[in-house]
Each structure stands twice: as structure tokens, then as C-alpha cells.
Ligand binder design. Structure first.
Ligand code: ZN
Length: 495
């Protein structure tokens, strides 16, 4: 069973908002249906507009994710997660780095073509635009980290927190940590072996939960056990908090690295850039990653699942991975991303982003209320000027004047936080994409994810040994582009 936490937020400014209790209930139901184990629930109730940015529980959740105690963060829907897109992307990234995935239980992103492109654009433009938001997200925690204080949340196994929020070694747990390192290094056990030993001895988390293979591996690579409490670039070492000596820690790190490498070879985790997007035109099955050994290297392919599993008599031969990927990337960069296409995509993405931002912004609501308050103020003033000053009208005037002042501040703030997205910026960024590095995995992945809807592979009619590749793009899922690169030959040529 996998561990999950729930994050719920209530901001009082929206009328039709679903209550925190309801958000929690729906997330809990989702967890149960999907066999997830809820380990924690975080809730933020915004008191007023001014406090909407302060989300202590949210920050706590982000910081807790550092301890890798949960794999999923459930939210009622995506707008519960963060206040704006840039914020969302950055915080999602932090979670991802900590092995947790954000799941929106009621509103999975509809994967319409615009949405897919926009999402990929955001991911890529993230670095380009809003590094400062990531900084804002963690500033408070950094502040604590620099003082050696707990960055929030439950400390990892082996440590406790003093009443004034400093870490301390938990002596009983520290003994177990040392044992685990010893079993892995000195006794040369596998992570699985160590886990069995833990279960046999009844060693578990303080809340009674068992370790698992991943938590053992994470423990073996957790630098806190050598007193390294650095956090997000803020260095902090504390010898008093050391549980394991450097020699043992390094031995464990070395062994983990070797095991990771051999593990990867067996499972062929070579990244298949087109994974999940390639289909066999002959039988309709998916193409999956496959590899075969020649005398010197391992060769990687895309192979028809129908043929590979011998389930439908399909005869479509494997396609060398690199040839197919290079052909697709080359088409995207040289054939597809023309200035015109880029301009059209940029306009569409900017429109969509701004529309979404506007929907989430309170600006319009404030502006409406401001206009109303100003009208009231004027009516009251007019009345007082033409009639005798009555107590009741006077009160109205004072009240609406105060609200007008307040609203002007709120509007100013909201305008500051609202960053419109400009098509030109997106275009500029996309154009820089044409000069990207084809050896850069993230670059290629992002490009493919953004643009490629699916790829269908047929046998070419003309040349018996070649494949015909049809590329369907997100910008137009019904039309396709045909590439028949003569170098995409079937079969098993070494790469
Ligand atoms: Zn097939």
C-alpha cells in the first residue's frame, strides 16, 4: 500500500467553495478506492484576502515531503494546490524531487491538445521565468535550516525534535540506523535482506509503520546520518547529530551506486523518449521498449507488443530506438517548428494561460466591489451635501470610504501577483528550442511531450525493408505528418 497525504484549502473569498471537510472526505474516498494509506492531512483555512498567501500547512507539507514518507499528495482539485501557475509548477517540482506526486482527485487535467502543450510549455518555461517563486516557497524553511532548526514536519528516522524545534538524536532509533548500515556494508546484505532483518527484529517507524525496500535505500543514502542537515543549498553540519561514521556511509553509497547500475542494465531503464506514444500500424498494439545484446553492446529498440508477446501474429519488426527518436526530433525541430507555427502556438498558449489566471484571480471581484463602494460613497456624499448631515448617512460614508481604501490596496496587491503571459515570450522561448541540444534528455523529452500526440508505424509499401512513420501532433490530433526516412530500416542493425 502506498502512502498519501491530503492537502485541503479553503479561501473565504469565493462563494461556491467546497468546505474543507468535504474536500477531505472526497480525497479520503479516493484514497480508499485506490488503496492508498493516508498518513497525514494538511488543511489551510484562509482567513482573509491578506492572509491568502500564508499557507502554513501547505509549507509544512512541502517540507515534510523531504522525508519521503509519502508518495502522493491528494488535492480536491488543482486550484486547491497553489495560488498561481508558477507557484504550482515550482511546488510540484519540489514534491517530485522528493518522490511525491500530486494527484487531483476530481479534476484530472483534460488532455486536450492546448492543455498538453500549455503544461509542457510551463514545465519548460519554469526555469526561464520564475526561479524567484521557488525561492519564495522555501525561504521560511531555509531560515530555519540555517539555524540548524527543524524545517518542519516529522524528522526522519533516528531523530527527534526538541521543544524549541532543534533536531536531536533519538538514541533507540540511532542504534537501529547503525545496525542497518552495518548489515548493508559490513555484512554485505542486499536492501531486501536488510529489510527482512528489520521485520524479523520488529524494527519500524515510531508510528508503527514498517520500513520497505525504498525506505531502506533512502536511509542508506540520507546524509543527515552523517550530520549533514543542509537544506536547499543552505549548508549546515552538526557533529552532535551524527549517527553514522563517514567510512560506513561512503561504503553504503558506493554499494548503492553499483547496485543501481546493475539493476538498470537488467531492467533496461534506458530512457525511451517516445514511450507510450508509438503504435503499430499493422496490428494496432503499442510499441514498447526492448533491448537485445550483440557481441559488444546492448541495442535498444521499439518493438510491437503484439509481435513481442506473440499474441496476434503481427510481423512488424523492431525499430532501432535512436533512429526513430532522431527522425522524430529532427522532424519536430527542422520540419515543424517554423516561425509561423511557433507564433500560432504561442498565441494560443498565452491566451489559455491568461484566461486561467484570470479565472483564479480575485481582481475582478475586487474591482466590482470597489466600483460599488465608490458609488455608495458618492451617493452618501451627495446626500450630505444637499440635505442635513444625518448620522446614518454619515456612517455609511465612513464605512464605504474605509472599504474603498482597503480594496485599493487589495487590488494593487492582486495586480502585483498577477503576471500576464505574453505570446512573444513564449515564442522567443520556443525559438530558442530550435537550437536545443539533442543529447539533452530533458530537452528532448519536453519537446516530444509538448508536441507529439502519437506515432504510428507501418511497413513502407515501396521498400520492403523500411518503415513508414506517421507523426500526429498535439497541435492538430486529426492530421498527421509522414516521415519515411530511408535510414529507418527494420531489423537489428547495431546502433
Ligand atoms: Zn504489430
Amino acid at each position: 500500500m502506498q502512502n498519501a497525504v491530503i492537502y485541503a484549502r479553503y479561501s473565504s473569498h469565493k462563494q461556491k467553495e467546497i468546505s474543507i471537510e468535504d474536500q477531505l472526505r472526497i480525497c479520503r474516498e479516493y484514497a480508499e478506492k485506490n488503496s492508498m494509506n493516508i498518513v497525514q492531512e494538511y488543511t489551510d483555512a484562509a482567513i482573509s484576502g491578506r492572509n491568502a498567501d500564508k499557507r502554513p500547512a501547505f509549507m509544512q507539507m512541502l517540507s515534510d515531503s523531504k522525508d519521503h514518507l509519502f508518495e502522493y499528495v491528494l488535492v480536491y482539485n488543482e486550484d486547491r494546490f497553489a495560488r498561481n501557475e508558477y507557484d504550482a509548477v515550482n511546488c510540484e517540482e519540489i514534491l517530485k524531487q522528493n518522490g511525491a506526486e500530486l494527484v487531483s482527485v476530481t479534476q484530472p487535467l483534460p488532455d486536450g491538445p492546448e492543455r498538453i502543450i500549455l503544461k509542457a510549455l510551463r514545465r519548460g518555461m519554469n526555469e526561464y521565468y520564475s526561479a524567484e517563486l521557488a525561492i519564495k516557497c522555501v525561504r521560511g524553511m531555509e531560515n530555519n535550516a540555517s539555524k540548524g532548526k527543524c524545517t518542519g514536519g516529522r524528522p526522519c528516522f533516528g531523530f527527534g525534535v526538541t521543544p524549541d524545534k532543534f533536531y536531536e538524536v533519538n538514541p533507540e532509533e540511532a542504534v537501529i540506523v547503525r545496525k542497518i548500515f552495518q548489515l548493508y556494508t559490513e555484512y554485505n546484505m542486499t536492501a531486501t535482506g536488510v529489510l527482512e532483518e528489520c521485520i524479523k527484529n520488529g524494527w519500524k517507524y515510531s508510528d508503527g509503520k514498517d520500513f520497505n525496500k525504498d525506505s531502506i535505500r533512502r536511509m542508506l543514502s540520507n546524509r543527515r546520518y552523517i550530520g549533514d542537515f543542509s537544506w536547499n543549498g543552505v549548508e549546515h553540519f552538526d557533529e552532535n547529530l551524527r549517527i553514522v561514521d563517514d567510512k560506513t556511509f561512503e561504503a553504503a553509497a558506493k554499494k548503492l551506486l553499483i547496485n543501481r547500475k546493475t539493476g538498470a542494465r537488467v531492467r533496461a531503464t534506458e530512457d525511451y523518449l517516445l514511450g507510450g506514444k508509438v503504435f503499430c500500424g499493422e496490428c494496432g498494439e503499442k510499441f514498447v521498449g526492448d533491448s537485445g545484446k550483440s557481441t559488444k553492446h546492448t541495442n535498444y529498440y521499439y518493438a510491437c507488443k503484439g509481435r513481442k508477446q506473440k499474441k496476434n501474429g503481427c510481423k512488424k519488426k523492431n525499430i532501432p530506438k535512436k533512429l526513430l527518436e532522431d527522425a522524430v526530433l529532427k522532424f519536430l525541430i527542422e520540419g515543424f517548428l517554423t516561425d509561423e507555427t511557433i507564433d500560432a502556438i504561442s498565441r494560443m498558449a498565452a491566451d489559455l494561460a491568461n484566461k486561467e489566471a484570470e479565472e483564479k484571480s480575485m481582481l475582478q471581484m475586487y474591482e466590482k466591489e470597489l466600483a460599488e463602494a465608490e458609488r455608495k460613497m458618492k451617493r452618501a456624499t451627495d446626500y450630505i451635501l444637499t440635505h442635513d448631515d444625518s448620522e446614518c448617512v454619515h456612517d455609511t460614508l465612513v464605512e464605504s470610504e474605509a472599504r474603498v481604501k482597503e480594496l485599493r490596496v487589495l487590488i494593487e496587491k492582486e495586480r502585483d501577483s498577477y503576471k500576464p503571459v505574453f505570446a512573444e515570450n513564449i515564442a522567443e522561448w520556443l525559438k530558442s528550442y530550435r537550437k536545443g541540444d539533442l543529447e539533452d534528455l530533458n530537452y528532448c523529452k519536453n519537446l516530444i511531450e509538448m508536441l507529439v500526440n502519437k506515432i504510428v508505424i507501418y511497413d513502407a509499401e515501396s521498400e520492403s525493408n523500411a518503415s513508414k512513420v506517421l507523426i500526429y501532433l498535439n497541435t492538430d490530433p486529426t492530421g498527421y505528418y509522414e516521415v519515411t526516412p530511408s535510414d529507418i530500416k527494420n531489423g537489428c542493425s547495431p546502433l
